[in-house]
Ligand binder design. Sequence first.
Ligand code: SAM
Length: 406
Amino acid sequence: MGNINNISHVYRGLLERSRAFASFKEEELNIIYSDISQYLSTNDIIFDPMSGCGGGMVYFGRKGYRTINIELNPPSYYWQILINPKNTQAIIEIINELRKTKNTFPNIKEAFSLSDNLFSEVAIKHIKALFELILDNSKDNKSLATALLLPFVSRFANYVKSPTNITHFKQGGLCSYSGWKQDFDSYLEFLSNRLSNDLISYKQKEHFNMMADILQVKLSKKYRFFVTSPPYPNYRDYSKLFKIENFVLDNIILKNKTDFEMMIGSNNVSGKTFGEIHSEKANKFVSELLIKADKLKAKNKKSCSDIKTYYYPYFAQYFYNIQEAYIKLDSMLTDNAIGYIVVNDNITRDIIVPVGASICDIFNNMGYDTVDLDTAQISHYGNIGRAATRMNSKHTRHIIKVWKTK
Ligand SMILES: C[S@@+](CC[C@H](N)C(=O)[O-])C[C@H]1O[C@@H](n2cnc3c(N)ncnc32)[C@H](O)[C@@H]1O
């Protein structure tokens, strides 16, 4: 198999292990499957309204069920397109065409670039040419060509990966272009082998992927089953995990910038507002944050003001947005709906963030019954090294089952 060492760790993780930051774990889906399978029949569809890199599609497709997957972050959506078994045949054909005509790969004259930007001018021109080449070999299928190009574009980027934070890329630095053609060919070979191996394991190849904001989207049908996991409230901007690829989409290929305003859980709180939160647990938590801020007022002004200006609005917004997203989700479900939600409660300012309990409140308020199917203690995934051993990085993972009672 080809060597994919020269592309970003995010796509190496996806290509080698099908995992990205915050993906479903197999063991979590096994727990869900052992319960949901009692209700499922052959043609059923499982809905994931915030589907990330498509962990649910892969798992349930292998078990023989159809899925529908909504995702806001474009690179995550394009990854789903790339691995959707419905597209595998076409992608392998594009790869075969490209590899047959390696001599047509566009040339870069420069051996390297040193830049403060994410991409040098030369790299931008080159990515455009490479995209055109893929498009020419894809019968002009822009979506497949984009999906195929994106995992490789970090090969041309000037960036430094953060040693402590897996979602952070610092823009600027050195990028060597030499050997890129070999790397591209290796990536294509790796992907082709992986997709053809995966294809064998799918019992169901009908899956639908949609790039949309759950709060805005309209669907023509209602669904009975959903399996999902919300973004974690951990001040990480999920769009930044794919900063390199979003730059390419926004500035080189698609040129219509995605609005990340509704990216739930993202760390940008300034200028945003939130409405009334109905969950008792979430309200208790945000009030505790403010009480903590008041207690800190005398001895630590900075911590007090951090809570008031950042953490309080961040969490109030998070809980409000999750509530609105699930109210919207409920409108897309039938009256005998059954769902499973994988969530993590982390700790902030030494207070447990009650994500699981608040989600139960949200569903109870909409007339659902809820039960905590499984609970596990996990260490934080995201901070590498010393930070990971701190108390604030301990998480409790819950698998919540919700069902509508008529
Ligand atoms: C925890 S991840 C889901 C991971 C997924 N279960 C997997 O296995 O790959 C949550 C996802 O919600 C997405 N998201 C956040 N806000 C959204 C919105 N308003 N509409 C749709 N998706 C959203 C994020 O981009 C992120 O990919």
